[in-house]
Design a protein around this ligand. Structure first.
Ligand SMILES: [Zn+2]
Length: 182
């Protein structure tokens, strides 16, 4: 159901008195929350309201890690998968840990801690390897300029991009491209 003015007021002010009265689901992130959730306020157009707590699950929404609307913890493994999906989808944007923690509904330090414990790398390291892999694909399969490629994978600073690329692929982007026969 679309959100009423009263419900929107409760969501905007993180009003605890509405917890277990209704739940709200955010269509853009496919996550649902309690009214009191301290996560960033979504756009009102993206919000649907539910009066049965299991109902959002049936519509494909996942419980928020932060406010735990089902009173159950989301397993760390599931959460890490969600974080990976966000990284894969948003790698071309200037994605800070802060922004990532908004999108994944968790605090920055907790997110970093859980991600590292589960995967052995930090979310920033994972993001960098996604970006470099996308760049390597483009170097191999397109004739786009190196600066353009760097920008399109979210690393607009070209010399930083070259430095990071070399550290992983042991070649400059130019030499790497030549070695791929382009
Ligand atoms: Zn929440």
């Amino acid at each position: 159901m679309t959100v009423s003015d009263q419900e929107w007021q409760a969501i905007s002010t993180n009003d605890k008195t509405y917890d277990d009265v209704f739940w709200y689901a955010v269509k853009s992130t496919k996550i649902f929350c309690r009214p009191s959730c301290p996560s960033r306020l979504p756009k009102r157009d993206n919000v649907d309201v539910y009066y049965l707590k299991e109902a959002p699950l049936k519509d494909g929404f996942r419980p928020c890690k932060r406010c735990q609307p089902l009173n159950e913890t989301v397993s760390n493994q599931v959460w890490v998968k969600e974080i990976d999906t966000i990284l894969e989808t948003h790698y071309s944007e200037p994605l800070s840990l802060r922004e990532l923690s908004y999108l994944a509904h968790g605090s920055e330090s907790y997110l970093r801690h859980v991600y590292k414990a589960e995967t052995g790398v930090t979310p920033q390291q994972r993001l960098m390897s996604i970006r470099l892999k996308k760049a390597a694909d483009m170097l191999s399969h397109t004739n786009r300029k190196i600066a353009e490629i760097a920008e399109s994978v979210g690393i607009p600073n070209v010399s930083y991009f070259v430095q990071q690329f070399k550290a992983v692929y042991h070649d400059t982007p130019k030499k790497f491209r030549e070695s791929q026969g382009r």
